[in-house]
Ligand binder design. Structure first.
Ligand SMILES: [Zn+2]
Length: 308
């Protein structure tokens, strides 16, 4: 092929790329020109004024990961958290002396929480990539995202309850059944035809807070059951986790900090949803640390320790 031909092809490629980019930036709009139905379901945060993607196709939505709008950070933060969780689990499975001492079945219990992490971070990433098409699609994606949060909370209880109450099968099973029943009920409410998503935003947040607090009874039981020093290690890790999720919920529910900015300087970087993602990821990793402490207790005081 002649050099002229190559030049032509390159120019064409560049022009095509440039026009696609400019087409997409044309579809990034300010809140004032969003249709009312989109404002209601997709974009409930009234404090963000610019950077909204409107009527994107699936391909455009995927491409939108690589340029700036008000959901770019949200897309990447949970995608990277997903990759981080898998890598952390793999490294721990092969290098951590506590996890290496577990039986195959116990290792699979340890990995139940990884399933919850993968579900929550993947559903959130999918939501933030594709939440720019039809309102119906956004509705489904939002429900998927909420389901992910419920699944993560449910699975987060399994390893600590298993390792702490290893020799008390009835107690352990009762708590796990209780948490899964509450979680399952919340998931079925989320997917019911009644539109919880737009009508009861605060109720929805409250339901999830209630779900977390429903774990209070087994948590207190764990603290009473486990002797010192593991008891204190678990206590302080739990406090750090509740504090993290608590602060994240405050940012999310009250649109902090953008509610205090008149110049809308947080539209692209630093708004509440990005902080919410940050605190969810931080809380998830603190919970991972908690599971390792429970495994340590199990190996020191559990039935397995008596056979060593
Ligand atoms: Zn999100």
């Amino acid at each position: 092929m002649s050099s002229k031909g190559i030049k032509k092809k390159t120019e064409f490629g560049l022009t095509k790329q440039k026009s696609m980019k400019s087409n997409l930036s044309d579809k990034i709009v300010s809140r004032s020109i969003l249709p009312e139905c989109n404002k209601l379901i997709q974009y409930t945060n009234t404090f963000l004024s610019t950077g909204y993607r409107l009527n994107f196709t699936a391909k455009e939505a995927l491409n939108s990961m690589f340029y700036c709008h008000n959901d770019t950070i949200n897309q990447w933060s949970h995608l990277l958290s997903l990759i981080g969780a898998i890598v952390l689990y793999l490294i721990t499975l092969f290098t951590d002396f506590r996890v290496k001492a577990l039986s195959g079945y116990e290792k699979s219990i340890f990995c139940v929480y990884l399933f919850g992490c993968i579900f929550v971070f993947a559903s959130s990433t999918i939501l933030h990539i594709f939440d720019c098409g039809s309102v119906q699609l956004s509705n489904v994606l939002l429900k998927l995202d909420l389901t992910g949060i419920a699944v993560m909370i449910m699975t987060s209880f399994v390893p600590p309850l298993y390792f702490v109450f290893c020799e008390y099968a009835k107690i352990r099973t009762s708590y796990i059944v209780m948490i899964f029943t509450i979680g399952g009920t919340l998931i079925s409410i989320t997917w019911s035809p009644r539109d919880l998503l737009t009508e009861f935003r605060y109720l929805r947040t409250l339901i999830f807070v209630l779900m977390v607090t429903s774990g209070l009874v087994p948590t207190v039981h764990i603290l009473i059951h486990v002797p010192s020093p593991h008891c204190w290690k678990i206590f302080f890790t739990l406090m750090a986790m509740f504090l993290t999720y608590g602060i994240g919920t405050l940012f999310y529910a009250f649109f902090i900090p953008e509610r205090w900015s008149k110049s809308h300087k947080f539209d692209f970087l630093g708004h509440s949803h990005q902080w919410w993602h940050f605190f969810v990821t931080l809380g998830a990793f603190i919970h991972f640390k908690l599971i390792l402490i429970c495994i340590e207790y199990h190996l020191t005081f559990g039935p397995a320790s008596q056979t060593i």
